[in-house]
Ligand binder design. Structure first.
Ligand code: BEZ
Length: 284
């Protein structure tokens, strides 16, 4: 998971992420099975966050190598501490804005990777329409001929109830709709959009799928919906003062209680929609 935005501000705290979003890498079974890491693979992980999934991949790639990139220094610092080279010699983590690989880590675009992987990160990375195409053409350049790009991200309609409620809450508290939309940090494309983009940069699309996957949030003590909104909606919440922010978050949680909290056990669920794709760089 990453944020690769225009501003250099690091919105991530690996501690908050581990509390409110600990479920994210655990829900990656399907995309991991599509990656199907082989012992000799070289794999580039885009938006690796604090690295648990990257380390899992490195464990499967005994004689290959894995490079994890993320724009958040906080996340990369935690990954480097938790998965030290002494125990993970084939695994490297590096800070890089994944919208600007050719500027920040041009050596990565040398066509030496068997696979490029990304989980739950592209919806942040693709936020800026102007750099969307670069993100995919860079993945293409990083791959060997015959290599694959395998990823999962939020797809069209992802977390729609929370996204709309936060924007409505901000509007209720005096933020112009246009201003709220500008601060919206996500892009959740459709199958049609992603297929067209992948083909446009030269990939052969092997699989594209959209899955509605309601997801249980952590319990209240571990952050719950409030923790989710504060962590992931930070850029939206920054459109109001800190005092107003507390009121906005309280309002969002109360409005969503009727659609997201289950009566039988008080658990909170939100409507995640996963977009998964596998695309191949042609041999010639
Ligand atoms: C996602 O993984 O789909 C996601 C996570 C946080 C905010 C928005 C989307």
């Amino acid at each position: 998971m990453t944020v690769t935005q225009n501003s250099k501000k690091d919105h991530w705290s690996s501690k908050a992420y581990n509390t409110s979003a600990s479920f994210v890498p655990k829900l990656a079974t399907t995309v991991y099975s599509y990656l199907d890491p082989q012992p000799t693979d070289s794999i580039l992980d885009i938006g690796c966050g604090d690295g648990p999934l990257t380390a899992q991949i490195a464990g499967a790639v005994s004689s290959g190598r894995v490079l994890g990139l993320d724009a958040s220094p906080s996340m990369i610092q935690t990954a480097q501490k938790d998965y030290a080279p002494s125990k993970h010699p084939n695994l490297i983590f590096q800070v890089a804005d994944c919208t600007k690989l050719s500027k920040e880590v041009p050596e990565v675009l040398d066509g030496s990777f068997d696979k490029v992987f990304s989980n739950a990160a592209y919806h942040w990375i693709l936020r800026n329409p102007e750099t969307r195409k670069d993100v995919f053409s860079d993945a293409f350049k990083a791959l060997k001929p015959g290599g694959s790009l395998v990823f999962e991200m939020g797809g069209a309609g992802n977390v729609a109830e929370v996204r709309s409620t936060i924007i409505a809450a901000l509007a209720m508290h005096g933020v112009l709709l246009d201003e709220a939309r500008k601060a919206d940090p996500w892009f959740f494309p459709s199958e049609k959009w992603i297929s067209a983009m992948l083909e446009d940069v030269g990939f052969q699309v092997e699989r594209v799928e959209l899955e509605y996957r309601p997801t249980r949030l952590t319990d209240h003590d571990e952050g719950g919906l409030e923790g989710w909104v504060r962590l992931f909606g930070a850029q939206l919440l920054e459109t109001v003062s800190e005092l107003t922010r507390a009121e906005v978050v309280r309002w969002v949680v109360e409005v969503l209680r009727s659609s997201c909290q289950r009566e039988e056990d008080g658990s909170w669920w939100i409507g995640y929609v996963r977009l998964r794709a596998v695309a191949k760089k042609p041999q010639h």
